[in-house]
Ligand binder design. Sequence first.
Ligand code: 1HN
Length: 365
Amino acid sequence: MQEHDRFDTLGRLEDLPQTYRDELTKRNLVPLWPSLRGVLPPNIPTRKTQTTHWPYAEIRELLIRAGELTPIEKAERRVLVLANPGHGLTNMQASAAMYLGMQLLLPGEIAPVHRHTPNAVRMVVEGEGAWTLVGGEKCPMQRGDLILTPTGLWHEHGHDGQDPVIWLDVLDLPLVYYTETSYHLEGPSQSVSEGQGFKSFARGGLVPTPIFQPSSKAYPMLRYPWADAKAALLSLSEALSERKGKGEGESEIESKGEAVLLTYVNPETGADVENILGFYALMLRPAETLRLPARSPAQVFHQIEGQTDVQVEATDFTLVEADTCCAPGYTAVTLKNRSATTPAFLFVADEAPLHRKLGVYENRG
Ligand code: 1HN
């Protein structure tokens, strides 16, 4: 018998006499060996996260009905949570560390000020005229904008426009809740200033250099307008195609390490915008098929413009505009732009900053 074979089947709980098990239970003790393979499976972790697609058309209709059924005063935040069935619907998890929700604000409504320990971002999906006030900075909300609400900053939402406004919330709530550090405080009203972040950091590679009043902001930029992210993606795509040499006559692009992918970063440090979750803007060139490697973090994809065929192991579906999906970690994902003539644009969220900080990040190719 080989050395390792001796450990192939470990003893079960049922193999122990009931009297012994009762003795253990009475003393708050449990044997490790019946559970060892469960917590340390061979080769690949057990993931509860299931590949899940949430079509926007379905969410939208139900969210508008929530607007009729539940006044904002009875909801505080009028949100339908995009719950991964693998985690149990009531646990409000898209993945181990990510929470997703679609939030509706109607004209004239205010979602009152509070602050909390989990970090949030908003990805604006639909509508004009809403704003969010974060740490006193007024951030207009336009489609595709990414707006940060980092841990501890006061925030509230308001709406001066005519039509419903809907956005996607992405929070690290499941992780913060798991660590027993999740709580909120009700707030005083905030004094308002216009947002300066995106004006101060208007060009990549150039950052303000205060001499008299060193910046003490942990989060110097709160609003990342879609117009800027889209322009940066188109520009990067041009730069990459010039470097590669034009692929004339290519009807289908197989991208290999040439993805048109940008990370949302803190412009002063170059680090991810938040500590736990990572956020990215992705462009798929016309007809491009992008095979994302199997990496340890779970991922979320939200279609900003265009349509994308998604394949995750045996599951496939199409993301149309404003659709959202998630994929478990350690799993390759293939994205294909359905259009041969126009680029597709996606917002991506993942758990990579968390995995890197924990030292468990892996890219298995
Ligand atoms: C929250 O504060 C907001 O401020 C949205 O809009 C969703 C989900 C869980 C916990 C806090 C918001 C949230 C949330």
